[in-house]
Design a protein around this ligand. Structure first.
Ligand SMILES: *Cc1c(COP(=O)(O)O)cnc(C)c1O
Length: 831
């Protein structure tokens, strides 16, 4: 805060476009308004002002970006390339202001113009280029890479339509097209000079060249051009500004009006439409197989452009191709970019005439793979006919990789045909399929899971044979989240309290939060802590009312579950508990009960009927419970529509209780759990994903643990799980299920929730009923703890104090040290 005063200087003393002082910002905002927007102050809309400010901020990142690019190219620094089909970066303005250290100067500059910064912050569209946790992780990693001064490029797809916007109508989710680019995107810099061609379809021809080498030529069916769109990603109070480079697809030749005849004209337009379709829309998670051909095409498109770009930069650095792995590390964020293994081989062998063995060595040393799921339905495989049809040359290469790989397996495990079949890159059970997780594992020098438990299970289950073959290839890197966005930007009141209590160093070394421990019992500090939480809850309450019309009491315990809606995440377990509380209040309206406000948020995949029914159930319960006089305000249920990064920033800081209740063994890590913890929420959770490590850090006495462990889940399954037995032994559970089935929460329609109730009673793949009793008991402990305000506050402080491990700075430092071998580079602005 104080260091900002030194930045104040008269505009005349500061250079245009880079001055960080109030006067320079004010001058440049007005200049932009006039010169870029073509508006003058008296008629400018808030959106015009937003654009004018955003361009002023962008200018200030540019000097840093140029200096950073210079470091990639001229200074021989190794660059981390993060390949991800999703980047859920959230609105950029607030974050960029914080990282540049000009938030208060920008506020003052605008104030002098009669504009409120907060109004402009609220205007920015969410760039919804991801589904949830995986995409948000990639965004947190970009923030940490720049902050830690690691040269890095994020590579992905510039979807014209990101994840759908969610509306709730009659209690049901309705999907609305996300038109995030409609009013322009001030952060993006189109780079027509950085473009590559990507082939699809057609056939291959083999021949022997003059030197007697076997050569393959791919004669494509069609070719698409990928053009770079760059978004600057500044680090926190450092000069490094890395790049998020997203590829936009275009037709190779814009059609030529000179030589068309009627037939060719329409054919040419068709070609253009087909090309542009590639980067048109983000696929929602958990969708059935239909339409997947386009998804494979998207993956290949962005991976090929990204690898070609790395080779271009290598040349620019003056380095030979053989040095690729010394100059670049490419991390594959899940299997989505795993085609990189085959594509890098193609680029080296076919296009650079390299020998297979050398190319393979470079490929393996360049690539590393992060696995994000053990759920069998989420492990990508592609049907062979479709794969061959779309990427014939890539399939040849995968076959050759597989042949050599299986030879290695045969040598190590002679005669073990079952093992060969299990490990093959081609699944030959039934219709043949390409196993992308196997391709990634074989082609990478490092494979990691995203939390300790997940990495262990990965080695014991889906990649067990590979871990046996190459034990040293496997490791864990527990996920993290950036404290800049999820503390400083989202919870400024808490950030200020932290600064005043322990100083500012926590912003770049989150383990410093431990120093809060000394203040956990200090009554005056506790009062301030609670006042911050209360303020955040009031803010959320206001937003809830404007989004849903529901009035909630900020004095109630805010019990929050926000994340994608999925049966494994078990929002329906939470819903069953609410129905249980409701039944208790109806039976005994005098019952002493901790007032709770349950908040849910999250999108369901458009094709996932059960998840959509869970949303309907939550809204049905809300409709009944919120207005029932017997409840008398002690229970409120809210479904907050359109959970995204922008809304998340108001939600995490307002939570008293964080719901992390997935079936043990199903949530790879979770990152929502970390954001809640950092903001002082207590967790009720299973021993799943990073919850295990959260509990280890904060101590069992500050964590509400319940439910079966992963190994208990497995043994219940092996013994033959019978959900009905849990119902007959538990009257409250039976009554809750009966009430739902009766139509009480569906306006009398007893058929509506039948599929959900039947799934729980007769199938229950995620053991909701097995964990119900344990969950309800633990929730009672939560209510009891809430009654002792001092104790609760101490626990809340402890959660923030021990959240240090869950900074994405720690995670990125681990990737740098163990996987990428990349060290920080100091960027100087004057060169
Ligand atoms: C953090 C985050 C997620 C991931 O939440 P989990 O609880 O880890 O599933 C999803 N969506 C958004 C918008 C997030 O910010």
């Amino acid at each position: 805060m104080d260091d900002m005063h030194t930045l104040r200087a008269p505009a005349g003393a500061e250079p245009a476009r880079s001055g960080l002082g109030v006067a320079a910002l004010q001058r440049d905002i007005v200049d932009n308004l006039i010169c870029l927007q073509g508006r003058y102050p008296e008629i400018a809309t808030p959106h015009d002002w937003f654009m004018a400010l955003a361009y002023a901020v962008r200018d200030r990142m540019m000097t840093r970006r140029v200096a950073t690019t210079y470091a990639y190219v001229a200074r021989g620094a190794k660059v981390a390339c993060y390949l991800s089909a999703e980047f859920l970066i959230g609105p950029q303005l607030g974050n960029n202001l914080i990282n540049l250290g000009i938030e208060s100067n920008a506020r003052d500059a605008l104030q002098a113009l009669g504009i409120e910064l907060d109004t402009l912050l609220a205007i920015e569209e969410e760039p919804g280029l991801g589904n949830g946790g995986l995409g948000r992780l990639a965004a947190c990693y970009l923030d940490s890479l720049s902050t830690l001064e690691i040269p890095a490029i994020g590579y992905g797809i510039r979807y014209e339509f990101g994840i759908f916007d969610q509306e709730i109508r009659d209690g049901w989710q309705v999907e609305i097209t996300d038109k995030w680019l409609q009013k322009g995107n001030p952060w993006e810099i189109l780079r027509p000079d950085v473009a590559f061609y990507v082939n699809f379809g057609g056939r291959t021809e083999s021949s022997t060249d003059a030197q007697g080498h076997y050569r393959v030529r791919w004669i494509p069916g069609y070719t698409v051009k990928g053009v770079a769109c760059d978004t600057p990603m500044p680090g926190f109070r450092v000069n490094m500004c890395n790049t998020l480079r997203l590829w936009k697809s275009e037709a190779v030749e814009s059609f030529d009006l000179q030589d068309f005849n009627a037939g060719d004209y329409y054919e040419a337009v068709h070609e253009k439409v087909r090309s542009e379709t590639l980067s048109k829309v983000l696929y929602p998670n958990d969708e059935p197989e239909a339409g997947k051909r386009l998804r494979l095409a998207q993956q290949y498109f962005f991976v090929s452009c990204s690898l070609q770009d790395m080779l271009r930069l290598l040349k620019l650095k003056g380095e030979p191709v053989g040095r690729l792995a010394d100059m670049f590390s490419a991390q594959l964020n899940d299997t989505h970019p795993s085609i990189a293994v085959a594509e890098l081989m193609r680029l080296l062998v076919d296009e650079r005439q390299m020998e297979w063995d050398e190319a393979w060595d470079i490929t393996q040393r360049t690539l590393a793979y992060t696995n994000h799921t053990l759920l069998p339905e989420a492990l990508e495989t592609w049907g062979l006919p479709m794969f061959r049809d779309l990427l014939p040359r890539l399939l040849d290469i995968i076959y050759e990789i597989n042949r050599r790989f299986l030879d290695e397996v045969r040598q190590r495990f002679p005669g073990d045909d079952a093992r060969i079949a299990r490990m093959s890159l081609i699944d030959e059970n039934g219709a043949k399929r390409v196993r992308m997780a196997h391709l990634a594992t074989v082609g990478a020098h490092a494979v990691n899971g995203v939390a300790a438990l997940h990495s262990k299970l990965l080695e014991e289950t889906v990649l067990r044979d590979f871990a046996e073959l190459w034990p040293k290839r496997f490791r864990n890197v527990t996920n993290g989240v950036t404290p800049r966005r999820f503390l400083m930007l989202s919870n400024p009141a808490l950030a200020t309290l932290l600064d005043e209590t322990i100083g500012q160093s926590w912003r770049t070394d989150l383990t410093k939060l431990r120093e809060l421990g000394a203040h956990a019992d200090d009554a005056a500090f506790q009062d301030r802590w609670r006042a911050v939480k209360q303020e955040n809850k009031q803010t959320l309450a206001t937003r809830i009312q404007s989004a849903t019309g529901i009035v909630v009491d900020p004095n109630a315990l805010f019990d929050i579950q926000v994340k994608r809606i999925h049966e494994y995440k078990r929002q329906h377990l939470n819903a069953l508990y609410i129905v249980t509380l409701y039944l208790r209040l109806r039976r005994d309206p005098q019952l002493a009960m901790t007032p709770r406000c349950f908040v849910f948020g999250g999108k369901a995949a458009p094709g996932y009927a059960m998840a959509k029914l869970i949303i309907r159930l939550i809204n049905g319960i809300a409709e009944v419970v919120n207005d029932d006089p017997a409840v008398n305000g002690r229970l409120k249920v809210v479904f907050y529509p359109d959970f995204n990064v922008k809304n998340a920033q108001f939600i995490y800081p307002a939570a008293d209780l964080s719901e992390q209740i997935s079936t043990a063994g199903k949530e790879a890590s979770g990152t929502g759990n970390m954001k809640f913890m950092m903001n002082g929420a207590l967790t009720i959770g299973t021993l799943d994903g990073a919850n295990v490590e959260i509990r280890e850090e904060v101590g069992d006495e500050n964590f509400f643990l319940f439910g079966l462990t992963e190994s208990e889940v497995e043994s219940v399954r092996r013994a033959g799980y019978r959900p009905g037995e849990y119902v007959s032994g538990n009257d409250e559970l039976r009554e809750a299920l009966e009430l739902i089935a009766s139509g009480h929460f569906s306006r009398g329609d007893a058929a509506m929730f039948r599929p959900l109730v039947d799934s729980l009673l007769y199938h229950d793949p995620f053991l909701v009923l097995a964990d119900y009793a344990s969950y309800v008991a633990r929730q009672q402990d939560v209510s009891d703890a809430w009654q002792d305000t001092r104790r609760w506050t101490r626990m809340s402080i402890a959660n923030t104090a021990y959240a240090g491990k869950f900074s994405s700075d720690r995670a990125i430092a681990e990737y740098c040290e163990h996987i990428w071998k990349i060290r920080p580079v100091k960027i100087t602005l004057e060169r």
